[in-house]
Write a protein that binds this ligand. Structure first.
Ligand SMILES: [Zn+2]
Length: 230
């Protein structure tokens, strides 16, 4: 092979590698993958309890980037149902690109799968096998079909036997939705739009209970996937 041909080939190779690296950098930070053994080790006995009826193959691990209120980029990770994995990835990508503030996105397993602790830390998350508070019904989080965003500032509020319950318990000051404060989700904001455009319901629009942090698929979709879901 002539010398100049070799030079051209090497130059092409270097250029191709460079383009490859650039493309990888652009999509870097956002990915969906199956639950691997190390991830399952983190979940086992925590978000993925022994009585969990959802096969592990129905769940996906998402790696995302997000920006906090100061515009600082952080890495985040979520587990959700395969049915919504691509939608949730796209939503987080759009929120990141728009600089919509999200403080923390960690697996609930990092909090021992304790929802209250995770919410007090303003953590955003999805899968956690559990029942709806104060009921025996499996929460859509138990199916990986609901996402909670900025949980401390967007609490769950319910009346039980005349008593007002706020979760997390430290979020009382954020139940007054007429006030303005950071990380607040409002009807019509970007987070609301991205989720509802893809068919999610917002708990902030429910009548008897208010769950301002919560976006979930409809009961119909849940039953399509899990006919026993009631
Ligand atoms: Zn929720």
């Amino acid at each position: 092979m002539k010398f100049h041909v070799v030079v051209v080939l090497v130059a092409c190779l270097i250029l191709a590698c460079h383009i490859d690296t650039c493309m990888a950098a652009n999509s870097e930070g956002f990915s969906v993958s199956e639950i691997n053994a190390p991830t399952f080790e983190r979940m086992k006995g925590k978000s993925y309890k022994d009585n969990c009826p959802i096969p592990l193959t129905d769940l996906r691990y998402l790696h995302v980037l997000h920006k906090d209120i100061d515009g600082v980029t952080h890495e985040g990770e979520l587990i959700c149902n395969v049915r919504i994995a691509d939608d949730v990835l796209e939503i987080f990508k759009a929120l990141y690109e728009a600089g919509y503030p999200i403080e923390r996105v960690s697996l609930v397993d990092d909090y021992g799968a304790d929802d209250e602790t995770s919410m007090r830390d303003n953590n955003s998350s999805c899968f956690n096998f559990r029942f709806i508070s104060h009921t025996t019904k499996i929460s859509k989080h138990g199916l990986g079909l609901a996402v909670d965003i900025n949980t401390l500032y967007n609490p769950y509020v319910k009346e039980v036997d005349g008593k007002r319950i706020v979760e997390p318990a430290t979020a009382d000051e954020y139940t007054d939705r007429s006030k303005d404060f950071r990380y607040k989700i409002e009807k019509g904001d970007l987070c609301y739009k991205l989720f509802t455009e893809r068919g999610f319901e917002w708990g902030g629009e429910w009548k008897t209970v208010k769950d301002y942090q919560h976006f979930e698929v409809s009961d119909e979709v849940a039953r399509e996937l899990y006919p026993d879901y009631r």
